[in-house]
Design a protein around this ligand. Sequence first.
Ligand code: ATP
Ligand code: MG
Length: 405
Amino acid sequence: MQYSEIMVRYGELSTKGKNRMRFINQLKRNIKHVLSAYPDVKVTADRDRAHIYLNGTDYLAVAESLKQIFGIQAFSPSYKVEKSVPVLEKAVQDIMTDLYQDGLTFKISSKRSDHHFELDSRELNQVLGSAVFEALPQIQAQMKNPDVNLKVEIREEAAYLSYENIKGAGGLPVGTAGKGMLMLSGGIDSPVAGYLALKRGVDIEAVHFASPPYTSPGALKKAQDLTRKLTKFGGNIQFIEVPFTEIQEEIKAKAPEAYLMTLTRRFMMRITDRIREERGGLVIINGESLGQVASQTLESMQAINAVTTTPVIRPVVTMDKLEIIDIAEKIDTFNISIQPFEDCCTIFAPDRPKTNPKIKNVEQYEARLDVEGLVARAVAGIKVTEISPQMHETDEVEHLIENLL
Ligand code: ATP
Ligand code: MG
C-alpha cells in the first residue's frame, strides 16, 4: 500500500487565540513553498490540521522536507481507502502483517466523523481487531502503550488509516513574527543566527556585503548557497548583495589600521538598517558571538551598534563556538561555511583590531569620509535575487558565469 496523504498537527500556534488563522495560513504558504519541487502535492489547512495530499509523490522525500518546516509539531502519513467494512478489514490485515514481529502489541483506535457509517467506533474497533487476529493469531492486543496504535478515521469522503506519529521541527511558522534583515557573511555563525531567527517565526532577508574584485564570485556563491540551505525551514528568501568595494577602499585609505574593523562594521550596520527601512523589516539579525574574536567585545559591539536604534538580535551571542558548530552541522551549513573563500572582512581586516574602540575616535575618523554619500551609493547599488529551495545546479552555474563577466 502507498501513503496517500500526510496529516499535520500544528505546533505552538494553538495557543495564539485570534491570530490562529493567520498563523495557519502562513504555515500553509510555507509548506507549499518548501514542497514546490513536487507539483502533484496539494496542501489544505483548517483550524485543527493541515493535510498534504501526495497524489503519487514519493512519501519519504516529502517527509524529509516536512521535518524541517517550523510550526509543525508532528505529522502522520496515512492510507486512504474506500469506506467499506471488507476493504477496511483487508487494509488493517495488510498493514499489521507488514509490521508484524514476534511479540508485537497493537490496538485499533477508530473515530467516526461520518455518523451515517454502518458501524460506530466501538464496533469498528472490535470488527477490525478481529480481522487482525484472523491474519495474525499470535499478535497481542494491548490498550495501554501498544507498539502500534492503528488509527482508523471514517470521514465523509473516505476512510483513513495511520499508525506513525513523526516529530516535526516545532518553532513558529516563518513570517508570523514579521521580517528581519540577516547580515549573512560566509562564516559559520551568521547562518546559524538566521536559522534561530527563522525558528521563532522571523521572515529573513539575507544581506551580504561583497567587495569585488577583492572578494571572489566563489565567496558570493557561498553566501547564496548558505541562504538556500535556510530556505528549507520556511520557504524562499530574498538575497541582497551590497556593493562594498568603494567603502572598504575609502576606509583603508583614510582611517588608521586599528579602526578599520570598527568603521567597516558601522558602515555595514548603517547600510543594513537603510535597506531594512526601505523593505519593511523590523529588526537586524547578525552572527556576533561574545569574545569569539578580538573584535567581538562588548565595547566593540557598543561602538558598532551606536549607529542605529533598531533592535539588533544576536541569536548566538552567548553560545560557545562548539555549540554553534553543532547547530551548523545539524542544519547542513557547516561544510559550506568552511569552504576557503575569503570575504570582505578577512581581506581588509588588520591583524590586531581595536578591542576597545573609542566612539570619540571613531567619529573623528568618520568625519574624514563622506559617510552619507557612501551609504547612499551602496544602497542604490544593491542586487536582489530570490533564492528558492529547489533552484537547480544549472541556475547556479549560470549565475556564477554572470558574476565572472
Ligand atoms: P560569521 O561566522 O557569521 O562570519 P564571525 O565569527 O566571522 O561571524 P565577524 O567576522 O566578527 O564574526 O562578523 C560578525 C557578524 O557581522 C557576522 O556574523 C555577520 O552577521 C556580519 N558580517 C560580517 N561580514 C559580513 C558580510 N560580508 N556580509 C554580511 N554580514 C557580515
Ligand atoms: Mg566572518
